[in-house]
Design a protein around this ligand. Structure first.
Ligand code: NAD
Length: 258
């Protein structure tokens, strides 16, 4: 058993720009020899994603649109993937969204619409994707999603997204149980805060980074590369005994109480 992903194909969903955690994961998977398929939401991002994909050291990637709010679009994307590559060996689901105005102040003010939007894009989408991916993962494989401590404990301003992450964490466990018999593992990486486009929307993000530097056991903030390399481990055969797990890659911050 080894870390190599030679002759394996992974779908990376959620690269927006070079700061995206999905891009850190892409680089780690590509270094290990994986063929990558990128999906993006909205035409605006296509050029970015294509340029980044082309910067990788191989030219067999695919770049496809996939707005995760549409069952039809997810089905079309996976149909295209099936036609182009046949079998896939895993997915990195790196997608979340909530209304900016609901990522500050009191959680109590969350609207029904905002609640459902966050749940739909940030949590349900994993289940929708896993369902379409299953027939393509005939050799088994690894589904990875990204979560955050705000789904386990109250973190100021994280609000509706924290509740969506709690749903996502529970979905990981239920999906792991459903898909285990097919040799498909489902895990989440709970990343420490990283400055990305999505993180910009969260109130007081700079203060959070400062707290991590002071209090996390490793006394530093998490990097895109650290999350990428953990995703590589989870994607590889070295993690063959791990499923339904929420793995913290956060410099140990989650163990600290005061
Ligand atoms: P990012 O902004 O680079 O990535 C978020 C992605 O979600 C974007 O590519 C965006 O296009 C995509 N997305 C939004 N709505 C979509 C839709 N309808 N269909 C398809 N894609 C859609 O930010 P990121 O921080 O890299 O976020 C990736 C994941 O990591 C998210 O799940 C986020 O919650 C999680 N995460 C981030 C941090 C952090 O501090 N940055 C920490 C823990 C977990």
């Amino acid at each position: 058993f080894q870390l190599s992903l030679e002759n394996r194909t992974f779908v990376v969903m959620g690269v927006a720009n070079k700061r995206s955690i999905a891009w850190g994961i892409s680089q780690s998977l590509a270094k290990a020899g994986a063929r990558l398929i990128f999906t993006y939401a909205g035409e605006r991002l296509e050029k970015n994603v294509r340029q980044l994909a082309e910067s990788l050291d191989r030219d067999d990637h695919l770049v496809l649109p996939c707005d995760i709010t549409s069952d039809e679009e997810i089905a079309t994307t996976f149909k295209q993937i099936k036609e182009e590559v046949g079998t896939i060996h895993g997915i990195a689901h790196c997608i979340a969204f909530a209304n900016k105005e609901e990522l500050e102040g009191e959680y109590l003010n969350t609207t029904r619409e905002g609640f459902l939007l966050a749940q739909n894009i940030s949590a349900y989408s994993l289940t929708a994707v896993a369902k379409e991916a299953r027939p393509l993962m005939s050799e088994g494989g690894s589904i990875i999603t990204l979560t955050y401590l705000g789904g386990e404990k109250v973190i100021k301003n994280y609000n509706v997204m924290g509740v969506a992450k709690a749903t996502l964490d529970a979905s990981v466990k239920y999906l792991a149980n459903d898909l285990g018999k097919d040799g498909i593992r489902v895990n989440a990486i709970s990343a420490g805060p990283i400055r990305t486009l999505a993180a910009k929307g969260i109130g007081g993000f700079n203060d959070v980074l400062k707290t991590i530097e002071e209090k996390a056991p490793l006394r530093k903030t998490t990097t895109q590369e650290e999350v990428g390399d953990t995703a590589l481990f989870l994607a590889s055969d070295l993690a063959r005994g791990i499923t339904g797990e929420i793995l913290h890659v956060d410099g140990g911050y989650n163990i600290i109480s005061l």
